[in-house]
Design a protein around this ligand. Structure first.
Ligand code: MN
Length: 313
């Protein structure tokens, strides 16, 4: 078996696929891995480190279930919002101080947004660079246009922007039905991806990071259909704003619900999850409209020409 130095630890090629990643924990920890001869080789490797956040708040059943599942794979630290921060996207809090407190279960919580939590964690709170940022499991789908608004995706994206691989997990339906199943599926996906990372340097955290958006139908584990790689679908525009009278005679406006699926064709996340599959979509952050750069180049040239002509007059 060959092994080579890669980043902090020694990567043993050909081993990760056959060995449960929990065995990658260091020998000095509670897990005993001295029984198996091949394991001794990797005893000195750092355990995988995961930063876990969400947007539903540190007490949400989704993050508790995901923590319990992932802690058997890696060292997991939770830094999550104190309260529900759904639809906060990538927002950062710039005009008020942020406080970090620790709950009895060890989770740290912040009076800020999901992106605040990951930002603080990565820029000083943790004191080390995690191998993976995980967000979720969210209470409800984040498919299609939801990904623009989603605080769950925002937390993962903050890790990605810092160059760290990141995954956002959401359950398709609200209400936490089958949350244990979703957590087990999320654990499986993390294990497969990070095992792959150990075996394939091209997807290691030292190379370009990646950002994945995963939606899991609320079904028992054995009923879930296999993972499907999807593109994002699209939603119709959101429903109308809801107007009410406040007790003090002012108008109050409530943002309406998300629109129904508009593009849920085969290949989309909407389609795959409706069929009972787990959907996985790789995301990127570059908002440039690459398809229309040619059109805009011509338009920009005309705009520049007309400015020059007017400047000459
Ligand atoms: Mn949420």
């Amino acid at each position: 078996m060959s092994h080579e130095r890669r980043g902090r630890g020694v990567v043993c090629r050909g081993l990760a696929a056959s060995v449960d990643l929990r065995l990658l924990r260091s020998a000095g920890r509670e897990r005993r891995c001295d029984a198996h001869p091949t394991i001794r080789l990797i005893q000195h490797q750092q355990p995988m480190k995961i930063l876990l956040s969400n947007d539903d708040g540190f007490q949400a059943p989704g993050i508790v279930a995901l923590y319990e599942a992932l802690k058997t794979l890696a060292d997991v630290e939770v830094v999550a919002p104190e309260h529900n921060n759904s639809a906060k996207s990538n927002a950062l809090t710039l005009h008020s101080p942020l406080y970090v407190h620790q709950a009895a279960n060890g989770f740290r919580y912040v009076n800020g947004t999901p992106a605040d939590c990951v930002h603080i964690a990565l820029t000083g709170l943790l004191g080390y660079r995690p191998d993976l940022v995980v967000s979720g499991i969210n209470n409800g789908a984040n498919m299609g246009d939801d990904t623009i608004y989603s605080g769950t995706v925002g937390a993962a994206m903050e890790g990605y922007l810092f160059g760290i691989p990141a995954i956002a997990f959401s359950q398709v339906d609200k209400g936490w039905g089958e949350i244990e199943s979703a957590a087990a599926k999320a654990r499986e996906i993390v294990q497969q991806l990070m095992g792959n990372r150990l075996e394939n340097p091209a997807v290691s955290s030292d190379a370009a990071p990646w950002l994945l958006n995963v939606n899991i139908p609320n079904m028992p584990l054995e009923a879930l259909k296999p993972l499907k790689l999807c593109r994002l679908g699209r939603r119709h525009a959101a429903e109308r704003v809801i107007v009410q009278d406040s007790p003090r005679g002012e108008k109050m406006y409530w943002i309406g619900g998300a629109g129904a699926a508009k593009d849920d064709a085969e290949g989309t996340d909407f389609h795959a999850t409706a069929q009972g599959h787990v959907s996985m979509t790789p995301l990127k952050v570059d908002l440039t409209d690459h398809d229309n750069l040619g059109y805009w180049a011509q338009t920009a040239a005309r705009m520049q020409a007309s400015v020059t002509v007017e400047g000459v007059r």
